[in-house]
Design a protein. Structure first.
Length: 587
């Protein structure tokens, strides 16, 4: 393809992604995606972590892992995904505008478009058909997991556009190690997205290299590929070393989370992994295209590149499926333990893979490649059977018509949904307001100062995620925090926070954390208590009293003051208090 065609193709996919998520593109600076309930906290978490890392890289690289949440916990960033893979796409728009919503949206929408574009390019490379490339990319874009479930809630995971190029580069065994090592940067960049993506990339490549060892013609290529996997693993282990440190500092870290293996039910085979809402749950019409491609396939005289594409797509689809299964699966009522989890005894970090379904993204990429090849076979067969084949313009029109019908059918099944839990997509892409209004409290907090606590601390993680997002604008350390895991001392600090404005609880927090300010969102104190540590349960100042009494206590302090708490600003029902210690009171 000519460079101009490559650029034009990318522009097409940017436009398609904008259309599929409209009106998000019209509100890039003021809204964030909200098609799935975790967007209300996970998207804010990602924005907070990436904002901190972007600033640290250009001002204080040594503080890269020292997030401002979970204060005073060290290297707070490492209590969940470090989001390193998204930094190259987030940092420039964020530092240029200071707007985390804009940077998140650029990362999310841009990287999804890049993946569709990459799929188009490699399918064209293997089939010679732009129609096939477009359908492959379209099947990816119309998988609900991509734009409606996982990627909008976890924008870092939208950085998967390296995978198609990795598949292309490793499709055939290499003769020289210098040729094989060229894929190393792509493998490392893909693995930096998260531990899950590192497993999703390295495990299939290691398996592919091992398989090639058993054939004399491909043995050298297998050795080269395994060497690349080993080098990539060393680099990635260096970037993930902090997770080991956190695990050592928190011996019971597997219990320090609201998530766990119990929250991921056993996968039901054979159709469970392909249900809508799963990574490999393509729109049902895509499966029809695959079936048509099998019917139209011709083995004799088949082009070498198409055979390679079929082999590559099938390999990644199958390995993605296998590695995405839960530790135990069910088949016709029988429980089966997946053998790959025995590797946990030799590769300890695999034990952190709680929700393996997300590894299925590599299976989706493989299925999209297979769908593209299937379309190429259908179009080839249609051309052979058509009496119009001697007229090039008419053949073009016929193939365009077949492709258009395919694309429209796929879109229809994507929008309407299928299966027992058929849910039709809304006409407009759901958004959440990402604006943080300028206020007196925010201006005060933006001045240099000590740690902040925002109340309430529940009843869910949403309150903490919102506090983290607001901290992007004032940059103070905060006692609030949310991530995949929490620090060992976090529940105790939140229990004390729930007893505020109790004097003893305030003094304890002051001693342990150096707490300087408390921002009380009084209007939010009337909600349910929630479960600790992301809620107060019964640990309120007066257990059993209605929420209104808690609001009244804070409003009374705002009006009359107390020797250890001083109201410094009020914006409606938001009260900002400064904590006064004994020395300050004497002065």
């Amino acid at each position: 393809m000519r460079p101009s065609s490559i650029v034009a193709t990318l522009a097409v996919y940017l436009g398609l992604v904008a259309w599929l998520t409209w009106p998000l593109s019209a509100h890039l600076t003021t809204a964030l995606p909200n098609p799935w309930f975790p967007c209300r906290f996970d998207t804010l978490l990602v924005a907070s972590v990436l904002s901190h890392e972007s600033r640290a890289l250009v001002t204080a690289p040594s503080q890269l892992l020292e997030g401002n949440f979970f204060h005073p916990t060290r290297h707070a960033v490492l209590y969940g995904d470090a989001e390193f893979g998204a930094i190259p796409y987030f940092i420039a728009p964020f530092l240029a505008t200071g707007n985390p919503a804009f940077a998140v949206n650029v990362t999310f929408l841009g990287c999804v478009a890049l993946t569709a574009w990459a799929l188009h390019l490699i399918v064209v490379r293997w089939t010679g058909s732009h129609w096939a490339g477009f359908v492959a990319a379209w099947c990816f874009l119309t998988t609900r997991w991509v734009l409606w479930i996982w990627f909008p809630a976890n924008p870092t995971y939208s950085v998967v556009h390296y995978l198609p190029f990795i598949m292309l580069a490793t499709a055939t065994p290499t003769r020289r190690f210098t040729d094989a090592v060229r894929v190393l940067p792509l493998v490392v960049l893909q693995g930096l997205v998260s531990v899950y993506m590192a497993v999703a990339t390295l495990a299939p490549l290691a398996l592919l290299g091992t398989v090639r060892l058993f054939r004399a013609r491909s043995r050298a290529g297998g050795v080269h590929l395994l060497a690349v996997v080993g080098l990539a693993a060393l680099v990635l282990c260096g970037s993930f070393w902090g997770f080991v440190l956190v695990a050592r500092e928190n011996p019971a870290i597997s219990q320090q989370t609201i998530y766990g293996t119990a929250s991921y039910p056993k996968e039901s085979l054979p159709w469970g992994p392909f249900e809508p809402g799963k990574p490999m749950g393509m729109a049902i019409a895509c499966w029809g295209v695959l079936a048509a491609g099998v019917v139209c396939a011709r083995r004799r005289g088949e082009q070498e590149r198409r055979r390679t594409a079929c082999a590559v797509g099938a390999f990644w689809a199958v390995t993605g499926l296998v590695f995405s299964l839960t530790r135990q699966v069910t088949w016709r009522g029988h429980v089966i333990r997946m053998p790959q989890y025995a590797l946990i005894h030799w590769i300890p970090f695999l034990d952190a893979v709680r929700g393996p379904a997300r590894i299925g993204i590599v299976g989706l990429i493989g299925l999209a490649v297979l769908t593209g090849v299937a379309v190429a076979e259908v179009l080839r067969r249609a051309g052979e059977l058509s009496v119009m084949q001697r007229s090039a313009p008419r053949v073009f029109v016929a193939r365009a018509a077949i492709t258009a019908i395919t694309v429209v059918t796929i879109y229809a099944t994507y929008v309407r949904g299928t299966g027992k839990a058929r849910i039709e997509l809304p006409s407009a892409y759901p958004l959440q307001d990402a604006r943080v209004a300028d206020s007196r409290t925010l201006r005060i907090l933006a001045t240099p100062g000590g740690p902040l606590l925002e109340l309430p601390v529940g009843p869910t993680v949403v309150a903490h995620a919102q506090a983290m997002y607001r901290s992007i604008f004032h940059r103070r350390a905060i006692l609030n925090g949310y991530d995949g895991y929490w620090p060992a001392r976090f529940p105790a600090r939140m229990e004390a926070a729930c007893r505020l404005p109790d004097r003893d609880a305030l003094a304890a927090l002051r001693r342990e954390t150096g707490l300087e300010m408390i921002l009380v969102h009084a209007a939010a104190l009337d909600g349910p208590a929630g479960a600790p540590p992301y809620g107060c349960g019964a640990a309120t100042p007066n257990a059993g009293d209605p929420a209104a009494s808690r609001r009244d206590a804070w409003f009374a302090l705002a009006e009359h003051g107390r020797d250890d708490l001083l109201l410094v600003a009020r914006d409606g029902d938001d009260l900002l208090f400064s904590i006064q210690d004994a020395a300050e009171r004497i002065d």
